[in-house]
Design a protein around this ligand. Structure first.
Ligand code: AGP
Length: 729
């Protein structure tokens, strides 16, 4: 699940609140096997859900629309290709339980702003009164990433039960048995408008509703309809239902995909540790309130920090200002077919440890820009409470609470296997040499999908380390399931508290980099390297011969935020460099040793956001092929900062110069003349201890990618075709 910084789920599933500095996580071994992996791994869609219900608070239609649009804008960063909303066509205040007019549905392919434009166009064409007030109103909204059916209004959500919009549904996830359900519904005379898997859900709801009301009087409740629908659904989902038969009421339920309820009340708090009984009690006192549902905390935090993390198999009924939760006892019966009887449950609200500033761009134009520039602070947070400086007699050391009980096991491992994708893989690659050096254990690198494609051997005496910013990447989670099945110790390194990686590994470390919203990972990358360096220090802490080396690294870690502040001063210089590269077709980056990862990551950033071909190349491989590409036109970045590979990189530079290569050399401050002899462009960076140099060296390349993107006129925060969290295979 995508989750909330600072919230930890304990074993009783009661949400407790922990500070943001609760750095490391630790989950009990027995927790692992209570997780139904099929709910998490293959089926989660990269979509966004948002809903807004105002109760006893007068809101104009225009205001309601804007809340829904803003909710969708907060979800934008996750990636999407179409969007939609549903609002009421007329006020049904007083909650008369008779069908209201059919709700209005607006759906549009493209970005949120296209949806906004089309809604206002339609509103003015139909004379819909934007100033009409609703004392109670339930609106739903959705961003869709196409999986079943192309991006098009008919495939966007809300999906409908039919022309009268009796039941409307927004859905994240995938319904795996939709074909079977569709065939049954077709036999019952239903017609389908979309190619989505989702459309069966509202149609099934209508089918259930009509069947239950065949006698005449409407007695079946909305939650009974949804519970019956859930019994027939297989796959993973977070759903919100809206119906004209149940005006001003919303039902939310989930299995696999994340969903949160945010609560904002307009009267004095009755209690601090509110449970849902208290919620109902408050509503009976007539307290006006606003309720929000979202698949992502980023869409809630500007409204409220009081949230309920909805759990799998729960059905949340929001009606008359109250909230009732029903939960299927065991989620799924042993035969895997239908759900058992639901029972009413009480749940605690938690407080989001997230600030609005974290999700706003502040003084910056783009999230990627902001996130690059906040690395001195994010690195400070990553290290907070984990580095022990040591007094005159005490030695410098590292404390990682979530790992300490497993260090002995890790030290006895046959291998350490890093597993991740994209930037997270690159971060692990950057940390590999220091792990090998300090731990003396062979360290293997695995791209998650490749490990699975090969079904590569993983053993009981392996330590597998899963690196993932989101903690929700499908390939990484599938590899985690595979490693668990093979009996390896599984360690998680993630930015997302409560994520699947955090919940399903035996132990691990949160990187605490704060929300990363730009699709291009920047601050998470540097924090991941720092965490893995600390992991190496912790594992190697029992080796006397490396004491001095370890203390040097700790000292350098403490000074790292200051060095990042220095290197960020290259911003203008990188903009100039970007200007000179703006119309290039391709950019190569050569690195080796600690900075092979820098070359890969720098190239990934350039191709990902600037949409320019870029390759990170291991400099040692240059003569085995890439050298053929070198001429006076192709720009090549060579990373040649001071470390044990420095002289080899000098020789690479000479060979490239001999072929008239167009070089941009990254070197240590003061080395420009020695490295280049004044004949190539130079990026001078501050020096830190070799194993942390990749943290410094990536920053100018992040800035370069950022400026190239802006200058080339592309979307920095939402690169073409990419989503923040790749939750499908
Ligand atoms: C990074 O800029 C990319 N967006 C991408 O490579 C990302 O790092 C990868 O998808 C893995 O994501 P994760 O760290 O959330 O698992």
């Amino acid at each position: 699940m995508v989750f909330l910084d600072g919230i930890r789920l304990n074993r009783q599933n009661v949400i407790t609140i922990s500070g943001i500095t609760s750095a490391a996580f630790q989950f009990h071994h027995s927790d692992l096997f209570s997780v139904h992996f099929d709910q998490h791994l293959n089926f989660t869609e990269m979509c966004g859900i948002f809903a807004y219900l105002n109760y006893d608070v007068s809101r104009e239609r225009r205001y309601i629309l804007e809340v829904l649009f803003n909710g969708l804008r907060r979800l934008e960063y996750r990636g999407y290709d179409s969007a939609g909303i549903s609002i009421d066509s007329s006020s049904v205040a007083g909650a008369v339980r008779s069908p209201s007019d059919p709700p209005l549905v607006f759906r549009q392919e493209g970005n949120i702003e296209s949806l906004v434009k089309s809604v206002y166009q339609e509103v003015s064409a139909t004379d819909l009164n934007l100033e009409e007030s609703f004392s109670v109103h339930a609106g739903i909204a959705h961003t869709r990433w196409a999986t079943h059916g192309e991006p098009a209004p008919r495939n966007s959500h809300p999906q409908s039960s039919g022309a009268e919009n009796d039941f409307l549904v927004v859905h994240n996830g995938v319904i795996t048995n939709y074909e079977v359900l569709k065939q049954s519904l077709l036999r019952h005379g239903y017609t389908f408008e979309s190619e989505t898997d989702t459309e069966v859900i509202p149609k099934l709801a209508k089918f259930v509703f009509d069947k239950a009301n065949e006698g005449g009087d409407q007695t079946v409740t909305f939650s009974e309809v949804v519970l019956e629908v859930m019994r027939h659904l297989e796959g993973a989902y977070a759903l919100i239902f809206k119906s004209r038969h149940y005006p001003n009421e919303l039902i939310a339920c989930k299995r696999g995909s994340p969903l949160l309820l945010g609560v904002k009340e307009f009267a004095e708090e009755q209690n601090n540790g509110t449970s849902y009984n208290e919620m109902n009690f408050i509503s009976k006192n007539g307290h006006p309130k606003e309720l929000f549902l979202s698949s992502d905390p980023h869409a809630l935090v500007e409204h409220t920090k009081k949230v309920l993390v909805i759990e799998d198999s729960e059905v949340v009924d929001i009606k008359d200002g109250g909230v009732t939760i029903l939960k299927f006892d065991n989620g799924k019966r042993k035969d895997g077919k239908s759900l058992s009887r639901p029972a009413s449950v009480q749940r605690a609200l938690s407080i989001l440890e997230m600030e609005v500033e974290q999700i706003s761009k502040g003084k910056y134009k783009y999230y990627m820009q902001k996130e690059i520039h906040e690395q001195p602070e994010s690195l400070t947070t990553t290290m907070r409470g984990r580095l022990i400086r040591g007094g005159s007699s005490k030695r410098k050391s590292v404390l990682l609470g979530g790992l300490k009980d497993h260090l002995k096991t890790i030290r006895r491992s046959r291998r350490i296997v890093f597993i991740g994708c994209g930037t997270s893989y690159n971060a692990a690659l950057a940390a590999r040499p220091i792990l090998e050096e300090l731990c003396g254990i062979p360290v293997m690198m695995e791209i998650a999908s490749d490990l699975l494609d090969r079904q590569a051997p993983v053993y009981r005496d392996d330590t597998t380390i899963f690196v993932s910013q989101s903690g929700e990447t499908a390939d990484t989670l599938n590899a985690l399931e595979y490693a668990l099945e093979n009996g390896a110790l599984c360690v998680g390194i993630t930015n997302t508290v409560g994520s699947s990686v955090a919940r399903n590994t035996h132990c691990g470390v949160h990187i605490n980099a704060g929300s990363e919203i730009g699709v291009a990972s920047t601050k998470a990358y540097t924090s991941q390297i720092v965490v893995m360096a600390m992991v190496a220090l912790a594992i190697g802490a029992d080796t006397i011969s490396t004491k001095q080396r370890r203390e040097g690294i700790i000292e350098s870690l403490l000074n790292l935020p200051g060095k990042i502040r220095e290197v960020l001063k290259l911003d203008e210089e990188m903009k100039e460099l970007a200007r000179s590269l703006i119309s290039e077709q391709s950019l190569l980056m050569f690195g080796r040793g600690y900075n092979y990862a820098t070359a890969l990551e720098g190239a990934l950033k350039v191709k990902e956001v600037a949409l320019m071909h870029s390759e990170g190349i291991l400099a040692g491989e240059m003569k085995h092929g890439p050298l053929a590409l070198v001429d006076e036109t192709l720009p090549i970045v060579v990373i040649a900062t001071r470390d044990q590979c420095f002289s080899k990189q000098q020789s690479v530079i000479q060979q490239l110069k001999a072929r008239k290569g167009r070089l941009i050399v990254m070197c240590t401050e003061g080395d420009a003349a020695a490295v280049c002899g004044g004949s190539c462009r130079v990026i001078e960076v501050p020096q830190v201890v070799d194993c942390l140099q990749p943290v410094v060296n990536i920053v100018p390349l992040q800035l370069l990618a950022y400026h190239l993107t802006v200058l080339r006129g592309y979307n920095v925060d939402q690169p073409r075709n990419l989503a923040k969290s790749v939750t499908t295979e």
